[in-house]
Ligand binder design. Structure first.
Ligand SMILES: [Zn+2]
Length: 117
Protein backbone atom coordinates (compact mmCIF):
# COMPACT_ATOMS: atom_id res chain seq x y z
CA UNK A 1 0.00 0.00 0.00
CA UNK A 2 1.02 3.62 -0.24
CA UNK A 3 2.67 5.88 2.23
CA UNK A 4 1.04 6.65 5.54
CA UNK A 5 -0.98 9.88 5.44
CA UNK A 6 0.72 12.81 7.12
CA UNK A 7 -0.72 13.05 10.59
CA UNK A 8 -2.30 16.20 11.91
CA UNK A 9 -1.24 17.47 15.33
CA UNK A 10 -3.03 16.08 18.35
CA UNK A 11 -6.35 17.97 18.61
CA UNK A 12 -6.10 17.98 22.41
CA UNK A 13 -2.51 19.05 23.11
CA UNK A 14 -1.33 20.30 19.71
CA UNK A 15 1.79 18.12 19.71
CA UNK A 16 2.87 15.79 16.92
CA UNK A 17 4.22 12.87 18.90
CA UNK A 18 1.83 10.21 17.71
CA UNK A 19 2.37 6.48 17.31
CA UNK A 20 0.26 3.52 16.36
CA UNK A 21 -0.25 1.40 19.46
CA UNK A 22 -3.02 -0.81 18.14
CA UNK A 23 -4.29 -2.14 14.83
CA UNK A 24 -7.27 0.16 15.33
CA UNK A 25 -5.99 3.46 16.61
CA UNK A 26 -3.13 5.88 17.16
CA UNK A 27 -2.03 7.35 20.46
CA UNK A 28 -0.53 10.71 21.42
CA UNK A 29 2.58 10.16 23.52
CA UNK A 30 2.35 13.68 24.94
CA UNK A 31 -1.13 13.70 26.46
CA UNK A 32 -2.12 10.03 26.22
CA UNK A 33 -5.26 10.46 24.14
CA UNK A 34 -5.94 7.78 21.55
CA UNK A 35 -8.37 6.81 18.86
CA UNK A 36 -10.90 7.16 17.46
CA UNK A 37 -11.42 3.51 16.60
CA UNK A 38 -10.65 2.99 12.90
CA UNK A 39 -13.43 0.42 12.51
CA UNK A 40 -16.02 3.16 12.45
CA UNK A 41 -16.64 4.20 8.85
CA UNK A 42 -13.28 3.00 7.52
CA UNK A 43 -12.75 0.32 4.88
CA UNK A 44 -11.45 -3.05 6.06
CA UNK A 45 -7.87 -4.01 5.28
CA UNK A 46 -6.80 -0.38 5.11
CA UNK A 47 -3.56 -0.31 7.05
CA UNK A 48 -3.80 3.47 7.36
CA UNK A 49 -7.39 3.54 8.56
CA UNK A 50 -6.19 4.51 12.08
CA UNK A 51 -4.28 7.42 10.55
CA UNK A 52 -7.33 8.60 8.60
CA UNK A 53 -9.52 8.27 11.67
CA UNK A 54 -7.02 10.36 13.64
CA UNK A 55 -6.97 13.08 10.98
CA UNK A 56 -10.76 13.12 10.62
CA UNK A 57 -11.19 13.77 14.32
CA UNK A 58 -8.55 16.49 14.25
CA UNK A 59 -10.49 18.25 11.46
CA UNK A 60 -13.77 17.91 13.35
CA UNK A 61 -12.34 19.33 16.55
CA UNK A 62 -10.69 22.22 14.71
CA UNK A 63 -14.00 23.07 13.01
CA UNK A 64 -15.86 22.92 16.33
CA UNK A 65 -13.29 25.16 18.00
CA UNK A 66 -13.63 27.71 15.18
CA UNK A 67 -17.42 27.68 15.48
CA UNK A 68 -17.18 27.99 19.25
CA UNK A 69 -14.90 31.03 18.88
CA UNK A 70 -17.28 32.65 16.39
CA UNK A 71 -20.30 32.09 18.65
CA UNK A 72 -18.43 33.33 21.72
CA UNK A 73 -17.44 36.54 19.90
CA UNK A 74 -21.05 37.13 18.83
CA UNK A 75 -22.30 36.64 22.38
CA UNK A 76 -19.65 39.02 23.73
CA UNK A 77 -20.72 41.64 21.15
CA UNK A 78 -24.35 41.19 22.15
CA UNK A 79 -23.46 41.55 25.82
CA UNK A 80 -21.58 44.79 25.09
CA UNK A 81 -24.59 46.20 23.21
CA UNK A 82 -26.87 45.22 26.08
CA UNK A 83 -24.52 46.81 28.63
CA UNK A 84 -24.39 50.00 26.58
CA UNK A 85 -28.15 50.36 26.35
CA UNK A 86 -28.62 49.45 30.02
CA UNK A 87 -26.26 52.25 31.02
CA UNK A 88 -28.09 54.71 28.81
CA UNK A 89 -31.51 53.69 30.18
CA UNK A 90 -30.31 54.02 33.78
CA UNK A 91 -29.20 57.59 33.16
CA UNK A 92 -32.31 58.50 31.13
CA UNK A 93 -30.17 59.26 28.09
CA UNK A 94 -32.09 57.12 25.68
CA UNK A 95 -35.40 57.10 23.88
CA UNK A 96 -37.61 54.02 23.53
CA UNK A 97 -36.80 53.79 19.83
CA UNK A 98 -33.10 53.54 20.70
CA UNK A 99 -33.81 50.66 23.07
CA UNK A 100 -35.75 48.93 20.28
CA UNK A 101 -32.87 49.54 17.88
CA UNK A 102 -30.33 47.96 20.21
CA UNK A 103 -32.62 45.00 20.87
CA UNK A 104 -32.87 44.45 17.11
CA UNK A 105 -29.08 44.78 16.76
CA UNK A 106 -28.53 42.15 19.46
CA UNK A 107 -31.09 39.81 17.90
CA UNK A 108 -29.58 40.21 14.41
CA UNK A 109 -26.06 39.58 15.73
CA UNK A 110 -27.09 36.42 17.51
CA UNK A 111 -29.13 35.14 14.54
CA UNK A 112 -26.25 35.80 12.13
CA UNK A 113 -23.88 33.90 14.41
CA UNK A 114 -26.30 30.99 14.71
CA UNK A 115 -26.60 30.91 10.91
CA UNK A 116 -22.83 30.66 10.55
CA UNK A 117 -22.12 34.28 9.55
ZN1 LIG B 1 -1.97 15.02 22.66
Amino acid sequence: MGDAPELKPCPFCGQSNTIQTSRLYLECLECGCYGPDAKKGQPRNDEYAPHRAWNTRADTITALEEENKRLREAMERAARYADGIRGAVETNQVADKDVRGVAILIRNNLRAALNGK
